[in-house]
Design a protein around this ligand. Sequence first.
Ligand code: GAP
Length: 510
Amino acid sequence: MANQEDIFKKVVSHAKEYGFIFPSSEIYDGLGAVYDYGQLGTELKNNIKQYWWKAMVQYHENIVGIDSAIFMHPKIWKASGHVDAFNDPLIDNKDSKKRYRADVLIEDHIAKIEEKIKKECEKAHKRFGDAFNLDQFVSTNPRVLEHQKQIDEIHGKYAELMNANDLAGLKQLILDLGIVCPISGTRNWTDVRQFNLMFATKMGSVEGENDTLYLRPETAQGIFVNFLNVQKSGRMKIPFGIAQIGKAFRNEIVARQFIFRMREFEQMEMQFFVRPGTELEWFKHWKKERLNWHLALGIPAEKYRFHDHEKLAHYANAATDIEFEFPFGFKELEGIHSRTDFDLSRHSEFSGKKLQYFDSELNENYTPYVIETSIGVDRTFLAIFSHALKEETLEDGSTRTLLSLPPVLAPYKAAILPLVKKDGLPEKAREIMDALKYDFMLQYDEKDAIGRRYRRQDAIGTPFCITVDNDTLEGKGVTVRERDTMKQERIDIENLRAYLHEHIKPIQVR
Ligand code: GAP
């Protein structure tokens, strides 16, 4: 069986080979942690965004969507806390001159110990076979217990230092754990410093302190500052939500794992405004609803898990991540946060404008509380794409590469394939394509043997191949081949549109 690293390499190379994702500026040797979406990647990404938008905005009467500007007044980032506290702790290795996140070095060290526990378990599983009891093994095996004790101690110390913002302590912990630079292999570390993740730029022609702008590190603030505009112009009644999809920028230090951690990425965020005191109920509601959104894609439930935050940001009174099992392990895919009235209150304070709501049922003014759901488009892309990519061995022993995307997300819904490039078949195929192209994204392909064309469509996730042959010319319909089962059936041309609509329905979130 291929190991996790091989699977991940395959994901990255498949994405490039078939036009889903390219490294940015590749002919200039690329730009770190910035990627371009190619012709198929753009379709898949747009379909993911549409799935989210429909589920959040179209299917909820009380949620509306906006598109706020990326450039915003610089005071916004003072008010939100990003200027003062949106930092990562940095450390450099003096020999390799490489820069690392101190917290990530420690987390990687912990992951190595976790890997040792996993190996012990695998060894024991092999030895004991079916009689192996994992729970019993991890709670009694002395080597596993020793490793776990180490992990708990490091975790405890690390959390204490991070909470206290003790940068000297973080450096000491790195030294005490004997962590070396993966490049130079030495422990010749600089002190740990805080590094702000926002990209700054200038507006206007005059240089000066006040014209520094930041590229937004999250889309959420564009929603908060438009709270009153939307509430009043849309006559919105609490509880209601404002959704937005857009670019966000972070100067990530550890930029790796492909599109998992990028410097320019896209977020899909929704702020749900509620009566103070009801926020924890709504938090529970959105946890469930957002998980259902993921599960409706048909990916098995065991690929997802919640990770509730023990350490809460000072403005939050509950927070959780939906984690997904990526090819490199379980990692955050989406955050759900109960942000209290922090953001609206801070913007009221900094702007001098009262951001409140008059609740006619209670006959009272208050600052609404907020539940936020925040998910990365690119991480969702990676989750769906990596799960869908499979190497399948067929009954005759041959293999095929299959991208089993949910049909509604697939870049092309169907490929139109004349069996041969003569006898009037291409003309008939084009006629069918012209009739269907207003309803569906289609691809026409007449090159190579039909088997190879099927394989190409399997590899890009096209759910249906429609083959036009001589019988088609005699009014006997077309062959429709379904991607996952490879089953073929004969369908009359006049029924094709209904057939495709029936099989490519929007996903319903329950
Ligand atoms: N407004 C809240 C917020 O921005 P976050 O946990 O920092 O919260 C939300 O980000 C989501 O945005 C993450 O769960 C992740 O999916 C995505 N995201 C964050 N940083 C990212 C990065 N550097 N590259 C790709 N996606 C990222």
